[in-house]
Design a protein around this ligand. Structure first.
Ligand SMILES: Nc1ncnc2c1ncn2[C@@H]1O[C@H](COP(=O)(O)OP(=O)(O)OP(=O)(O)O)[C@@H](O)[C@H]1O
Ligand SMILES: [Mg+2]
Length: 276
């Protein structure tokens, strides 16, 4: 039985069909990249998976259970099992890093405890452990806004991990980052997938990132899945079909240039960061 089954998932906004009968199954937790030009329906698909948006039709079946019709507490429980990460991090800028991470437990906390920022010690310890695992524990007391973009995205990942999710949904997690930070964040997501066995589904705006980090790539065009295969099968010709055969397409324009980063330099920067 597949872990996740998406069956003819469709979302219409008036006459516009944003996601059109998308169907795929994930046999075992994998790292999946979703690519496609702007407006292809990538974000809408992720938002439906997380139930931020209701589907117009179709089903989402996770571990044999239809999660597309859940309501109330059951819907919230599903939402905490598939944590979302966004391009703009969505942290509370003036709040400290640990509190931002602790907000990942909001789904199971009472309103009153949340209002007064009352978190059990065990949660605080766990938050710091997660920050430590992601290499940013030393920033725990700082305001989120004082961190670099790459560090803020790692805080957002830590907040997601606080929910102990089975799936991490990432909507263009590196689109606002420079190549070095993009690499750190993608390495982090890959590690979480490999070490914890969590499924990662990431919308990615660049081909090279999808090829390099994902086990499987799904290409969308005008709401439909037009490619579903391995990075090796994602040739330049296939990519041209996904992005449309317009003259503006080139490998370069869809590249983050992560490849060009020098590993040694990156290690030096990691070491310097850890020493602060
Ligand atoms: N809330 C909404 N109301 C109306 N139309 C919407 C809404 N959200 C998305 N759409 C439309 O649905 C289509 C798919 O949008 P979506 O944001 O999913 O694309 P995307 O692949 O994520 O694009 P991008 O790469 O620019 O983020 C677009 O035509 C968009 O205009
Ligand atoms: Mg989008």
């Amino acid at each position: 039985m597949p872990v996740l089954k998406i069956e003819a998932l469709t979302k219409s906004f008036g006459p516009n069909i944003a996601v059109n009968k998308v169907t795929f199954a994930v046999e075992k937790p994998a790292m999946i990249g979703i690519i496609g030009r702007s407006g292809a329906g990538k974000s809408t698909l992720l938002r439906m998976l997380n139930r931020l948006t209701d589907a117009s039709s179709g089903r989402i079946v996770f571990e044999g259970r239809d999660v597309s019709a859940l309501k109330g507490a059951e819907k919230r429980a599903w939402q905490s099992q598939c944590a979302m990460i966004f391009q703009q991090f969505n942290l509370v800028p003036r709040m400290d890093v640990v509190s931002n991470v602790l907000h990942g437990t909001l789904n199971r906390r009472s309103t009153l405890a949340t209002m007064f920022n009352l978190f059990p010690d065990s949660d605080i310890h766990r938050a710091i452990e997660i920050l430590d695992r992601l290499g940013i524990a030393e920033h725990a007391p700082k305001r989120a806004e004082a961190l670099s973009g790459g560090q803020q995205q790692r805080v957002a990942i830590a907040r997601a991990l606080m929910q102990d999710p089975k799936i991490i949904l990432a909507d263009e997690p590196i689109a606002s980052l420079d190549p070095m930070n993009a690499q750190i964040v993608m390495d982090t997501l890959r590690r979480i997938h490999e070490e914890d066995g969590r499924m990662v589904i990431a919308n990615l705006h660049t081909l090279d990132t999808a090829r390099r980090y994902c086990d499987r790539v799904i290409g969308m065009l005008a709401g439909r899945v037009v490619f579903d295969g391995t990075p090796e099968q994602l040739t330049t010709g296939v990519a041209r079909d996904i992005y449309g055969a317009d003259a503006s397409f080139s490998e370069e324009s869809t590249s983050t240039a992560i490849e060009t980063l020098d590993r040694e330099r990156l290690r030096a920067i990691h070491a310097a960061e850890a020493a602060i």
